[in-house]
Design a protein around this ligand. Structure first.
Ligand SMILES: Cc1ncc(COP(=O)(O)O)c(C=O)c1O
Length: 431
């Protein structure tokens, strides 16, 4: 990669895009607002790599924001999709592929006895909230500062990620009457949750959280936090919901709940289970899921839900993940990356902290430790922006925000990690 990066075509395309789509994108963080500079316009992706429209190649640590865990455009997924395409792109009727993916999800995710497929993580979270309320007959919800559960009105309170990146504490257009039922607590703070339960007796439908946070940067739960939430929700007749849209099939095959052995009542999924096509899902205890229409009275539907192409990509992706050694490999290369970044930061005199579990990692430019969103916000954002740009110019594509986790894939090699660390050493030496 020669410096400076030539991005003439990216700039032309993005300039046109800004005239015809808000901010030039279809999802805000892609616009690079928080790191500054022009976003790169992608042309194609394969394995661990992405190529932009100017022909530059990048080692990609965004992985389409999580789905590309087997590497982009895995040949098995592509071949299965080609065969499925011949049978049509959408049925709008029951199909066997839905049963197959549903059984795979139920076998894998400890809390899931029944599942409903939808088209995005946002849709999964919107639906699960309706179900929490329908099942308990209560309206209030506890969420955590910096956790993102899609862009539904009642979740856009201290929602981390893109919302934080744009500096919008909330969004205009979200009625107060909706968010009044959304109570928030700092992540990893059991006492705050206890207090909310005490102040709102018999009114809280449940607690939803990212069991490992990815939308305020990478923040794992402190020991006892998930277990404590399990006890508190049970004691108060409320439901515990793990939003595993990001962590499901990534932290372990059965998600964070398998890894840490804490079983929620309901779970939302997305990203990996669609293998790069639009899929979300919510599932959980049979008695609760039996309330969903048409088995029960809680309405939720979708024209393209259970789409045969999306189911096919999901099935093939999960099959690939079932191979022995998958998660050990992800953990090994990601540990090498994360430890390497921290070591280089130390050697080059930058205060930094971070970590990884399996194929998910994060690096904050603050001494830390980071236990919650307030801690994450102490990061040196200007330094992160310079780091991000320096890495981009050296062919390393990182998430364009300090408040996003990074992702590796089975296609990332030792050599890719070595190249990434060499680039990081150059950039951090000149920050
Ligand atoms: C934990 C979590 N929940 C929900 C969502 C929303 O998913 P989607 O973008 O597919 O609507 C995301 C997206 O990043 C997420 O990370």
């Amino acid at each position: 990669m020669t410096l400076p990066l030539t991005t003439t075509k990216s700039e032309e395309i993005f300039a046109s895009a800004q005239k015809i789509m808000p901010g030039g994108v279809n999802s805000p963080v892609r616009a690079f607002k928080s790191v500054g500079g022009q976003p790169i316009v992608f042309d194609r992706v394969k394995g661990a790599y992405a190529w932009d429209v100017d022909g530059n190649q990048y080692i990609d640590y965004v992985g389409s924001w999580g789905p590309a865990i087997c590497g982009h455009a895995h040949p098995d997924v592509i071949n299965a999709l080609k065969a499925a395409l011949e049978k049509g792109t959408s049925f709008g009727a029951p199909c066997l592929l839905e049963n197959i993916l549903a059984e795979m999800v139920i076998d894998a995710v400890p809390s899931v006895e029944m599942v409903r497929f939808v088209n995005s993580g946002t849709e999964a979270c919107l639906s699960v909230l309706r179900l929490m309320r329908a099942f308990t007959g209560r309206e209030k919800l506890i969420k955590f500062e910096g956790c993102y559960h899609g862009h539904g009105d009642m979740f856009l309170v201290k929602a981390g990620s893109g919302v934080a990146t744009l500096g919008l504490p909330d969004s205009p257009g979200v009625p107060k009457s909706v968010t009044i039922s959304t109570l928030t607590a700092p992540y990893n703070d059991l006492e705050a949750v206890k207090q909310l339960f005490n102040e709102n007796p018999g009114e809280i439908a449940g607690v939803i959280l990212e069991p490992i946070v990815g939308n305020a940067g990478f923040i794992p739960p402190d020991g006892g936090f998930l277990e404590g939430l399990r006890v508190l929700t049970r004691e108060n007749g409320a439901l515990l919901v793990f939003d595993e849209v990001m962590t499901g099939f990534r932290i372990a095959y059965g998600g964070v709940q398998e890894k840490f052995g804490v079983i929620p009542d309901l779970t939302t999924l997305g990203k990996v289970i669609g293998g790069g096509l639009p899929v979300g899902a919510y599932g959980g205890r049979r008695d609760i899921m039996s309330m969903v229409a048409p088995a029960g009275p809680m309405y939720q539907a979708g024209t393209l839900s259970g789409n045969p192409l999306a189911m096919t990509a999901g099935i093939k992706t999960l099959e690939l993940l079932q191979k022995p050694g998958t998660y050990e490999y992800l953990d090994k290369i990601t540990k090498k990356l994360s430890n390497g970044l921290l070591q280089i930061a130390k050697e080059t005199g930058h205060a930094a902290c971070g970590g990884q579990i399996s194929g998910m990692f994060g690096l904050f430019f603050t001494p830390g430790p980071v236990h919650n969103y307030e801690d994450a916000k102490k990061s040196d954002l200007a330094k992160f922006s310079r780091f991000h740009r320096g890495m981009l110019e050296r062919g390393i594509y990182l998430a364009p925000s300090q408040f996003e986790a990074g992702f590796t894939s089975l296609a990332h090699t030792d050599e890719d990690i070595d190249k990434t660390l060499a680039a990081a050493r150059e950039v951090m030496s000149s920050l």
